[in-house]
Design a protein around this ligand. Structure first.
Ligand SMILES: *[C@@H]1O[C@H](CO)[C@@H](O)[C@H](O)[C@H]1NC(C)=O
Ligand SMILES: *[C@@H]1O[C@H](CO)[C@@H](O)[C@H](O)[C@H]1NC(C)=O
Length: 265
């Protein structure tokens, strides 16, 4: 049975504007996803109209091996079995803000770091830390801007990826951004600028041959191919929905000063 439901992500309960997605249930789906062609195009084309490649450094062999195992585990929708990637002994409470009313993570309770031996915590932390310079300062690491990504697994291509959402809580502004996003938006120092907002999604992918790539998507582009354009657009929020790209397996969180950690679906 396929259950589909609306799921409000990263928006506190009082929020009126959902930066949300239609998300499939945790049950494995092998059905096509709306984003299949979007992913195929990213993986096949050197210069897709809707994304710019960001160079990735070559990883050490141990990281490459673990990324390959991690891809398989994510496709099986279980990154705690048969290989354990997470260190349950070091779970911690993710911080909350605005006298606990702003909850940045999807769970109120614990988040879990990667096992040190997998090297994946460092791998993904490095990606978070390098995004600000890769975007020429358009993105900063903060609880209002970039602090999370969503891990998805796409069964038709065998690809697994992370959609990083920057500019999560732009400040409310009567002229340029008249939207109440709830408690986590309070005191936001992120100014809404449309030409930056449309490039707020960054996507990391590992394909079925375990090759990795990183892309900055321009949601404002129209390609003329409806199978791709259905994934793009969405002004003024320009959210690239992880649930349209595959089964959503986990969220990755990274706030400066805290260990990169994971929350499972
Ligand atoms: C993953 O596997 C573990 C160990 O078999 C099991 O306890 C857990 O429920 C599984 N999680 C999911 C989401 O299937
Ligand atoms: C914006 O807010 C974040 C989170 O409080 C803070 O870390 C950052 O320094 C602030 N940036 C500016 C430019 O004030």
């Amino acid at each position: 049975m396929n259950l589909f439901f609306f799921f409000l992500v990263l928006v506190s309960p009082a929020s009126s504007i959902p930066l949300s997605s239609v998300r499939s249930s945790a049950l494995a789906s092998t059905l096509p996803f709306p984003g299949d062609k979007f992913i195929r195009t990213l993986l096949r084309s050197h210069a897709p109209k809707f994304a710019t490649g960001i160079p990735l450094a070559v990883s050490p062999p141990i990281t490459q091996r673990n990324l390959a195992l991690f891809r398989t585990a994510a496709l099986n929708l279980n990154i705690t079995h048969p290989v354990t990637f997470l260190d349950d002994s070091r779970k911690f409470h993710y911080p909350v803000f605005e006298t606990t009313k702003c909850q940045l993570g999807k769970d109120t309770d614990n988040v879990t770091p990667f096992l040190d031996s997998t090297t994946l915590g460092t791998y993904f932390k490095d990606i978070f830390q390098m995004i600000p310079s890769w975007t020429n300062g358009d993105t900063v690491l903060s609880r209002f801007d970039l602090f999370h990504g969503h891990l998805f697994a796409n069964p038709s291509t065998g690809a697994v990826g992370v959609v990083f959402h920057s500019k999560e809580y732009p400040a409310e502004n009567t002229e340029t951004f008249p939207f109440n996003l709830g408690y986590c938006q309070i005191n936001s120092n992120v100014t809404f600028v449309q030409k930056i907002m449309r490039k707020r999604n960054i996507i990391w992918i590992i394909d079925d041959r375990d090759r990795t790539s990183l892309w900055r998507v321009d949601m404002g582009v129209r390609t003329g191919d409806s199978a791709i354009d259905t994934i793009l657009g969405g002004e003024p929020f320009y959210t690239l929905y992880e649930g349209s790209l595959g089964n959503v397996v986990a969220d990755l969180y990274y706030l400066n000063g805290l260990e990169l950690s994971v929350s499972l679906y």
